[in-house]
Design a protein around this ligand. Sequence first.
Ligand SMILES: NC(=O)c1ccc[n+]([C@@H]2O[C@H](COP(=O)([O-])OP(=O)(O)OC[C@H]3O[C@@H](n4cnc5c(N)ncnc54)[C@H](O)[C@@H]3O)[C@@H](O)[C@H]2O)c1
Length: 346
Amino acid sequence: MTGTLPWDGEMTCVRHDERTGASFVIALHSTTLGPAAGGTRAMAYPSLDEAVTDARRLARAMSLKMAAADLPIGGGKSVIMLPTPRAQLDDRRWREILSVHAHNLELLNGSYWTGPDVGTGSEDMDVLARTTRFAFGRSVAAGGPGSSAEATAQGVFSAIRASVREVGEPGLDGLRILVQGLGAVGSRVATLVAEAGARLLVTDVDEARCGPHVAAGARIVPAEEVTRTECDVFAPCATGGVIDTDIATMLPARVVAGAANNILATDGAERVLHDRGIIVAPDFVANGGGALHLIGREVLGWSESDVLARTVLIEKALDEVFTSARKQRITPLQAATAGAVERIQA
Ligand SMILES: NC(=O)c1ccc[n+]([C@@H]2O[C@H](COP(=O)([O-])OP(=O)(O)OC[C@H]3O[C@@H](n4cnc5c(N)ncnc54)[C@H](O)[C@@H]3O)[C@@H](O)[C@H]2O)c1
């Protein structure tokens, strides 16, 4: 295999299934803190190398996310490399693919648990859970905890509170907060910050999603203007990779804190923002509420109030990250990564 990411994880399993034409990659980055867990991503990858690289990169990020959330869980990820894009697969073949994946999970016998990710949803977890014990994120109808969006949004709200304090603001009242992406998480973040007194700016490629917020007083920003719009807090809640090094040099914000995974497109972008005095809440800490909800409820047996109590602790966790970064003269991302790695190695 060529061109794969240097890998410091424990195990990568690869299986090709002739009958369905799908290949399965399960990467277990770390089981030190507990069984590895992470979503199942189903996509048509250009090559197996790319599927392996993606699974390993995502598994490593899950180890950091679990450790940062202080969960007794390790990091893993599975990738299903589909023979054709998901939308072109008929239901029967998709079910067969899921049945092979359930068998993979049984073979790993609890070393790895999976939940929904890009290309899979709670209804797919319902299907997996019929034949394996190691799926979480089932629908409410099937006895699962339902969407993680509420918990993720609460965690992002906590992250925004901690981040604005770091730039010397006592609260959100009167601050301009720009929420990019008004989907399941972003629309809730927008409501929470507006309720806390922020002046809300919103953007979504689907403009209809801005409607309810505009009716409540928010201002719309055109999607292509988002990184050029002055604000106190930029909250990316759409896709990752929104800030590259060029954008970092001119982003007119004081804080970046959102739900999207891998908000920074390049390693250099965080350093540029840091040197400009812009506070970036590490995304794997800020968006950890979703993992707390799904894994807490279904793997660890927590109640909804346990989840909420743990989600609001994201604010304290970020306070500690910012303090540690200041003391060590490193960036918050470096401090959060070091803290998570220390927890894994302790
Ligand atoms: N749902 C969770 O619990 C959870 C947990 C952790 C991380 N995340 C991440 O948070 C982000 C949001 O998740 P979600 O569940 O709300 O997704 P979603 O699909 O419900 O919403 C995404 C929204 O972003 C909009 N969008 C897409 N590209 C855009 C662009 N370029 N500019 C403006 N708007 C754009 C879409 O129209 C949609 O309204 C994703 O990156 C996801 O990976 C979600």
